[in-house]
Design a protein around this ligand. Structure first.
Ligand SMILES: Nc1ncnc2c1ncn2[C@@H]1O[C@H](COP(=O)(O)OP(=O)(O)OP(=O)(O)O)[C@@H](O)[C@H]1O
Ligand SMILES: [Mg+2]
Length: 499
């Protein structure tokens, strides 16, 4: 098959970091090519070079046999290459049609906007891809997935023949991800080449033809998906065999001490009340489909959202939690799922971001903070979650996406809470780092911490949790323990009653 794109010997350094050394990559027409590697391996940097955002220090980009010299993103577009950004580049208050034709609006003979014609073309474009989107509403009213589809439509209308998707599924629900894959399969038939970045092996095996693996800025191999295996790829990625990613669960335990007890939590008046107890040393899973009410219950309990009714006890004592600050004062921390809303300060160093006392106004205890001890604790945290960076002084903005995520986790661990609620803690994190975070969670429970883990990833629910509360349509419908915690059981209860 025809090779549409070749990257030849690409290198790129940033001050203090050699991000890429001599990378080769070739992509065929109609191929979905995965780019795989640990956090910080250089995937996004390579894609920014390919789309004209960064210039390489050395090496060549060859499209259809012709060497390119990109000075801007527009140069890449002209060569038929488009990148779907994580932070979308759509104008929120324009509709899909206006966004697609922005800056190159069609006009009629009198110079007026040919609105109907533009709308028709957009409709055709989306129809071809099997995308159903309301073209008349502002794009900010569309779901994240739909906005992503508009981005893809826009790229195609610019005649993109090579489409770059950098962790497109990180913000999608499983159903939306399936829709995206449907679109990608359709594009494949039309001969569009795609470079797909994801930390989810199942996704890579489901849709990709070949896989190029990067490690520490070096290309370590290319594999055909059909003749490869997850184990082989992981070994290539991390340079060693990875032991089972889940630490052993403690043998059957009598959960002695309840640290957190929530009773009859009703968010709205007519709701059935949800109740659960969390024990010292335990990892309690909140499982269920996206939208089944897991995050809502956690937020209601800690007072992040208003509730109609609830009773909460911490270490046996009734507490009033009207605000996350109250929860914090009771030693409960919620680590929310999105690092973007989590307010990392991009111009600050890693150390500052972790130790920054963003919750300081809620601390009324009146004792002095020992600065150097705090600093030391921060550095220990950086090591614990294994942030890969030149040093603690490195600016947040230069970290890879996954390493920023690790910093969010480190920050929260640094807040001295002994009851921790992790909401999708491993989203955007590579396999090696995931294993480290799991180990860390187990180490914490071993020291008397108690953890609630909200997760949509069944393997991690099954591999990590001592008990699992399964949610369906806003209610805890089943509490699974010990051997009854299996993917089938979780899914059965999460979906029962649905077709
Ligand atoms: N603008 C920049 N300035 C300095 N260093 C940078 C910059 N952009 C990236 N880096 C560094 O280059 C290396 C590769 O980062 P990159 O974002 O390409 O990784 P990645 O493979 O996309 O990781 P992830 O899976 O976490 O998204 C990292 O060490 C990162 O800190
Ligand atoms: Mg990246």
């Amino acid at each position: 098959m025809h090779t549409i794109l070749k990257l030849d010997n690409i290198s790129k350094s940033f001050p203090g970091v050699k991000a890429l050394s001599g990378i080769d990559l070739s992509v065929r027409e109609g191929e979905i090519h995965a780019l795989l590697g640990e956090n910080g391996a250089g995937k996004s940097t390579l894609m920014k070079i390919l789309s004209g955002i960064y210039r390489p220090d050395a090496g060549q980009i060859i499209v259809n046999g012709i060497a390119q010299d990109f000075h801007s993103y527009n140069d890449a577009i002209d060569a038929g290459i488009a990148i779907i950004f994580q932070e979308f580049s759509l104008i929120p208050y324009l509709n899909a049609v206006e966004n697609i034709f922005l800056g190159r609006e069609l006009t009629n003979a009198c110079g007026l906007l040919a609105k109907a014609r533009m709308r028709k073309q957009a409709e055709q474009l989306f129809d071809q891809l099997g995308i159903d989107i309301d073209l008349s509403v502002e794009v900010c009213q569309l779901s994240v997935a739909q906005q992503q589809f508009v981005e893809i439509g826009k790229a195609l209308s610019l005649n993109a023949r090579i489409l770059i998707l950098d962790e497109p599924t990180a913000t999608l629900t499983p159903v939306e991800a399936e829709q995206l894959f449907g679109i990608m399969r359709e594009l494949k038939l039309q001969g569009v080449a795609m470079i797909f970045i994801s930390h989810h092996m199942e996704e890579i095996f489901a849709i990709c033809d070949r896989i190029t693996v990067l490690r520490d800025g070096v290309q370590v191999g290319v594999a055909e998906t059909a003749s490869s295996s997850i184990d082989a790829l992981v070994e290539m990625m991390v340079g060693r065999k990875l032991a089972s990613s889940f630490p052993a669960k403690p043998a059957s335990v009598e959960w002695a001490r309840i640290v957190l007890e929530a009773t009859d939590v009703r968010i709205h008046k007519g709701d059935t009340g949800n109740s659960f107890a969390l024990h010292e040393g335990e990892i309690l899973g909140f499982a269920g489909l996206v939208g089944s009410g897991r995050t809502e219950l956690a937020r209601a309990v800690i007072g992040a959202d208003p509730v109609f009714h609830k009773q909460v006890r911490v270490h046996g004592v009734a507490v009033t939690l009207n605000d996350p600050a109250d929860a914090l004062a009771s030693g409960i921390g919620l680590l929310p799922e999105s690092r973007k809303t989590e307010g990392l300060i991009m111009d600050f160093s890693i150390r500052e971001n972790i130790s920054v006392n963003n919750l300081g106004k809620y601390r009324h205890r009146g004792f002095l903070i020992d600065r150097s001890a705090e600093r030391q604790a921060t550095d220990v945290m950086i090591g614990k979650v294994n942030i890969k960076a030149p040093g603690a002084h490195t600016r947040m903005s230069t970290l890879s996406g996954g390493n920023q995520q690790k910093a969010v986790i480190a920050r929260w661990l640094n807040h001295h809470c002994k009851i921790l609620i992790f909401d999708e803690p491993t989203r955007g994190i590579d396999v090696g780092a995931k294993a480290e975070i799991y180990k860390l969670m187990r180490a914490l429970t071993g020291q008397g911490y108690a953890i609630i883990m909200i997760s949509s990833e069944l393997p991690e629910i099954v591999g990590m949790c001592d008990r699992v509360a399964v949610f369906r349509q806003g209610a805890i419908v089943q509490m699974l323990t010990a051997d009854s915690i299996t993917s089938t059981e979780v899914m059965r209860h999460a979906t029962a009653g649905k077709t």
